[in-house]
Design a protein around this ligand. Structure first.
Ligand code: PRX
Length: 646
């Protein structure tokens, strides 16, 4: 076990920080004790409104109902673009860094405005109206941001689907939100390899009769199959359009986007975020957590297919008039020095990434750090999964040369913006701790009966009271929203995470308490992977659990029972691994599949995952009681044939 040291705020950082400890305490207290006053002030400070609200917040957690800035009118793109034009039309809004290190581009706020308006006009021409859903299945190119903002300009609701998802996963999401327009690219480029986006869209929309338009950006110029009438090239649609498009006046509670995420049961659910509260949450958190000052270069390495890309590549930074870097490639191409090279090339001041990327880079050795100076860096951040202290110390000492604080930000697709984090000028850092609640966030730790636990203790992490960027619904299924987030502990928002609070009030996230995995920072339901396995002819039954993985955080371990007539073989196992990847996407490819003649079940037929988790983690001494199983002998077979991860 690595010794955990505490890192005080560096004196020179504190001197210039936007928020010091005293101010944090004062603002935090105000945000909890007088939330309406606090958020009204922030909403006026951070955003421009067309019409003021009549009520700051309405909430009923029992019904999963939350509304912020009721009756307020606003447009997200006026806040993210137009209002910056008067003073800084020529300042860079987006720095795009291509997969190829020789390719990059600076897009000014004026150019961003023009591109967004042209696409917005193009969408209108194709019949897209306020409230219509538009699917965006794109690589990390500027057009992905234009597409999101063009939707927001005209009040259409975007649903970005990560470009690594399979045609089937894409089809499910297009159907669920009834998207009639898809925006894509011919191919993506990652690590020198082409990703067949348009080909995937063709397969998906063949099963979606309601899709009337597919707009394709020419990224690689590959020769791709056409879908006939529904296809139009992005350039053909946009180049003749006017560079002006009046922004639609939106209600604060009008939907802004849907983003699918995994839960412990069923198919992924469409988390619905709305307009005013979401944008405020993204903007205020980006400003204070990253201590952002005008002119600084900020880089978040996420993909726009995830919530981190929505809130911290596009909406938060642009609302603050920041320069946000968008990276098309991967951290290991052409080699493991790529991130550090990009930091020097664009003089990045603030760098925000995932622990899994850091662990992968750390494993490659420190020689990749010697070809860059990284002197521009001032602040570092992590997101998506717990960071182990070893990786934290490496990030701090080697990448940040012990100069830069690290903000370990905890949040979820559903929370819209960060809720637990250090503020870099206010809090001493303890490696591995997400630290303290952000403004307006009121975390509690609950025992299994829903009692609030006091002091230094572990429990189920939940939140009391609403915050502006909170999930509003599960698209098309509000009951699922209530059941998932507001039913386990009535009166609270349940996160599904466990956490510990230490004697200083710092929070330590201990991981999911449900059947959700976090693999390389990607959230996945075990049920989804099991469904993909049992779809295969050879598979009778499957149970999937996570196990500790040095780089990915968690690996995917599957136990599979075969149909009669099938024999277990190395080929079959490899086949099943690729079947799952094909069904869901490469991020879901199992690490290990073990043949299981039987699964440990209770007498009522419920699979005891606890036992499967212990076997996968090779923690046999804490297997616990197996006597209640219908057939305790299956456990011996699973133990004898377990696969020990390399
Ligand atoms: O388990 C927590 C983990 O990621 C989950 C949310 O996943 P997703 O909705 O995909 O959003 C990821 C990006 C915000 C959480 O329930 N998680 C997120 N951030 C952290 C974390 N676990 C530990 N520490 C974090 N900083």
């Amino acid at each position: 076990m690595h010794e955990i040291s505490t890192h005080p705020v560096p004196e020179d950082f504190k001197a210039n920080a936007l928020v010091n400890d005293e101010l944090y305490q004062q603002m935090y207290r105000a945000s909890i004790e007088q939330p309406e006053q606090f958020w009204a002030e922030q909403a006026n400070k951070f955003l421009d409104w067309r019409k003021p609200w009549t009520k700051v917040v309405e909430q009923d957690f029992h019904q999963g109902q939350v509304a912020w800035f009721v009756d307020g009118k606003i447009n997200v793109t006026e806040n993210c673009i137009d209002r910056h034009l008067a003073d800084r039309a020529n300042d860079t809004a987006i720095i795009w860094e291509g997969d190829n290190p020789n390719e990059s581009q600076n897009i000014s706020y004026q150019q961003l405005h023009d591109k967004v308006c042209q696409l917005a006009n193009g969408l209108k021409q194709r019949g897209v109206n306020k409230g219509d859903r538009v699917c965006i299945y794109m690589p990390m190119i500027p057009e992905a941001a234009y597409a999101m903002l063009a939707c927001a300009r005209i009040g259409a609701v975007h649903s970005v689907v990560f470009g690594g998802f399979s045609p089937d996963a894409l089809k499910d999401r297009i159907e669920n939100a009834d998207c009639q327009v898809v925006i894509t690219a011919d191919e993506g480029l990652r690590g020198g390899k082409a990703v067949p986006l348009k080909a995937n869209v063709n397969i998906a929309v063949a099963q979606c009769p309601n899709v009337h338009t597919v707009i394709t950006v020419e990224r690689t110029g590959a020769d791709i199959a056409s879908n006939g009438d529904i296809d139009i090239s992005y350039n053909a649609l946009c180049e003749t359009q006017s560079r002006r498009c009046d922004a639609e006046e939106m209600d604060s509670e009008d939907p802004l986007f849907i983003l699918y995420t995994s839960g412990s049961t069923g198919k992924p659910k469409g988390v619905l975020h709305t307009t005013g509260g979401y944008l405020l949450g993204a903007a205020i958190s980006h400003k204070y957590i990253f201590d952002y000052n005008p002119g600084e270069i900020y880089w978040c390495t996420a993909d726009v297919g995830w919530i981190t890309g929505h809130s911290y590549i596009v909406y938060g930074p642009l609302a603050n008039g920041a320069t946000t870097l968008m990276f098309e490639g991967v951290p290991t191409y052409p080699d493991a020095s790529r991130c550090w090279q990009v930091i020097d090339k664009h003089q990045v001041n603030i760098f925000y990434t995932a622990p899994t990327a850091l662990r992968a880079l750390m494993a490659q050795g420190d020689q990749y750090l010697t070809t860059s100076s990284r002197q521009s860096l001032r602040l570092l951040g992590t997101v998506g999964e717990p960071i182990n202290p070893e990786a934290w110390e490496w990030y701090h000492q080697e990448v940040g040369q012990s100069r830069c604080p690290i903000v370990d930000t905890w949040w979820q697709t559903e929370t819209g913006s960060v809720l637990i984090t250090p503020l870099p000028g206010a809090n001493s850092l303890k490696p591995g701790s997400a630290t303290r609640p952000f403004f307006g966030a009121n975390p509690v730790l609950l025992d299994p009966d829903g009692n609030e636990l006091e002091g230094a203790v572990s429990g189920n992490l939940a939140f009391k009271g609403a915050w502006p960027s909170q999930i509003r619904s599960v698209y098309g299924d509000h009951q699922r929203c209530i059941d998932t987030y507001y039913t386990t502990y009535p009166g609270y928002y349940t996160t599904g995470d466990g956490a510990r609070r230490d004697e200083d009030g710092y929070y330590w996230i201990t991981g999911r308490v449900d059947d959700v995995l976090n693999v390389s920072g990607h959230r996945m339901g075990t049920a989804e992977i099991e469904s993909a396995l049992v779809l295969q002819d050879a598979v009778a039954e499957a149970a999937v659990v996570g196990y500790p993985h040095d780089v990915k955080g968690q690996g995917i371990y599957c136990y599979v029972t075969l149909m009669t007539g099938y024999e277990w073989s190395e080929e079959l196992m490899q086949q099943l691994r690729s079947d799952v990847a094909k069904e869901i996407g490469a991020i879901a490819r199992p690490d290990i599949i073990q043949f299981a003649p039987g699964l440990p079940k209770t007498r009522s037929g419920k699979i005891m995952r606890r036992i499967l988790r212990k076997i996968a983690a090779d923690e046999l001494d804490t297997l616990g009681d197996t006597s209640t199983l219908a057939d305790p002998t299956v456990v011996d077979d699973l133990i004898d044939n377990r696969v020990i991860p390399k």
